[in-house]
Design a protein around this ligand. Structure first.
Ligand code: FAD
Ligand code: NDP
Length: 426
């Protein structure tokens, strides 16, 4: 049993949705494109799962956040795919790939062949078991990667109102879920190994602002330690978290956000890997010219810094998808991908954006006591990174533009005096 398509997108997440829209814009013919996804729903804006989806009142639910509403583009419902002759094969895991034969084998036993494959398999959440902690499928321990996880988190949250949650991990999932738990009237303790939250991006001074804000909302921080084990009741529910420093925290629920691993296993030994992902060139093409990779799974050259990087953020998923399809459908007119790294988050009423690289000396500006503030990173005499909390649309655009241009900065004291005005004036 088998089907053949000109283009196959493997994975049905953010990158797949944006790739589909670009295929249609570039005039793909009916019957040429197929998307295969393990998830049972059409591509959606994954960032909604840790934000609007978790709100206690008027929460976001599908179909409201199918791609590509996050970039103010069309909402691609299952009907849209049908109308454009795109085959959506949902709820179907691909269990092996043969890039020499150009075939994929699904868990249902179907062979799907392609002329060009776009790998958009994203990533999976790291599990505590991988760090030697036994969870044994406890029903009140939640991860957050897909819709099924989000539905489960909502159910557990609703059964714990007024209770205690421990959030393990001080990264994006930890910070966003902690805020959502507080909004749902749950007492939160965050536990992470680093000295401060968001350690890979935030400086201690920036982190302190958010930690103080969370503390004022009632969040308790336990830093510099990790959990060592759980206590369970007779139903297999976790009742306490035991930390390596000897403390025991009584809990009603646990949320775990300890990082991800890109889903590359189908292609190990077949495609060149780098930075834990599939290595691609400036056209998002892998070491096999019939296979592209986009989104979280792709390690691509970032022109502004001259480095190969794998980014785990929605903007790079959207833009790498669009660029890959453009390179496939319009090769003559498509330049090398020129991407400026962009990360953001929204928690409570706070909202920040970051562009570029967090390398070199840090210059702060603005009001760290509750207003608009930010930071510049200056490396080897050039502005390479910019962070801004509480900016306007125009101000965010200004820091993005300034960072892309990498202007020379001769006088750090002068940059500090100019603050946000430096970027706005460029
Ligand atoms: P994904 O969106 O993960 O999609 C991968 C798809 O491939 C999934 O549908 C998966 O089921 C499917 N798949 C994998 N393997 C197979 C297989 N073998 N067979 C069939 N299908 C398969 N980024 C931001 O910049 N801002 C945010 O605010 C933000 N919030 C986030 C909130 C949450 C809760 C999460 C989990 C992530 C968030 N991100 C955010 C990150 C962002 O969502 C990802 O960078 C983005 O989804 C990556 O897109 P992708 O298409 O590469 O992977
Ligand atoms: P992150 O990589 O952001 O953070 C993981 C955190 O967990 C780090 O602080 C990490 O520390 C810590 N950690 C690692 N191992 C342990 C352990 N054994 N015990 C306790 N803490 C540990 O991953 P997340 O899980 O938060 O997010 C998953 C993915 O979702 C990421 O790709 C992220 O980009 C994406 N996402 C993005 C959002 C956004 O952009 N706004 C929002 C939500 C998710 P260390 O640094 O030392 O490893």
């Amino acid at each position: 049993m088998g089907r053949a398509f000109v283009y196959v997108i493997l994975g049905g997440g953010v990158a797949a949705g944006y790739a589909a829209l670009e295929f249609v814009k570039k005039g793909v013919s009916h019957g040429e494109l197929c998307i295969i996804s393990e998830e049972p729903v059409a591509p959606y804006e994954r960032p909604a799962l840790s934000k609007g989806f978790l709100l206690p009142e008027a929460p976001a639910r599908l179909p409201s956040f199918h791609t590509c509403v996050g970039a103010n583009e069309e909402k691609l419902t299952p009907k849209w795919y049908k109308e454009h002759g795109i085959e959506l094969v949902l709820g179907t895991r691909v269990k092996s790939a043969d890039v020499r034969r150009k075939t994929l084998l699904t868990a249902t036993g179907e062979t799907i062949s392609y002329k060009i494959l776009i790998v958009a398999t994203g990533a999976r959440a790291l599990k505590l078991e991988e760090f030697g902690v036994n969870v044994s499928d406890a029903e009140n321990v939640c991860y957050l990667r897909d819709l099924a996880d989000a539905n489960r988190l909502v159910d557990v949250m609703q059964s714990c109102t007024g209770g205690n949650a421990v959030v393990i991990g001080g990264g994006y999932v930890g910070m966003e879920c902690a805020a959502s738990l507080v909004i749902n009237k749950i007492n939160v303790t965050m536990v992470f190994p680093e000295a401060h939250c968001m350690a890979r991006l935030f400086t201690p001074k920036i982190a302190k602002y958010y930690e103080d804000y969370y503390t004022a909302k009632g969040v308790n921080f336990i830093k510099g330690t990790v959990l060592s084990s759980f206590d369970f009741d007779s139903n297999g529910k976790v009742t306490a978290v035991n930390l390596r420093d000897g403390r025991k925290l009584l809990v009603d629920m646990v949320v775990v956000g300890i990082g991800i691993r890109p889903n590359t296993s189908l292609f190990e030994g077949q495609l060149t890997m780098e930075k834990g992902g599939i290595k691609v060139n400036g056209k998002l093409q892998s070491s096999n010219s019939s296979v592209c990779a986009i989104g979280d799974v792709a390690a691509f050259p970032v022109k502004v810094s001259g480095e190969i990087r794998r980014l785990e953020h929605v903007d790079s998923a959207r833009k790498s998808a669009k660029h890959a399809v453009s390179a496939i459908m319009d090769p003559g007119k498509t330049e090398e991908f020129d991407y400026l790294p962009f990360f953001y988050s929204r928690v409570f009423t706070l909202s920040w954006q970051f562009y570029g690289d967090n390398l070199g000396e840090v210059i702060y500006y603005g009001d760290f006591s509750g207003g608009t503030f930010g930071a510049y990173w200056v490396n080897q005499g050039h502005l390479v990174g910019s962070f801004l909390e509480g900016g306007t649309k125009d101000e965010y655009q200004a820091i993005a533009k300034a960072t892309r241009l990498r202007p020379a900065v001769e006088d750090l004291a002068e940059l500090e005096i100019q603050g946000l005005g430096f970027a706005v004036a460029i």
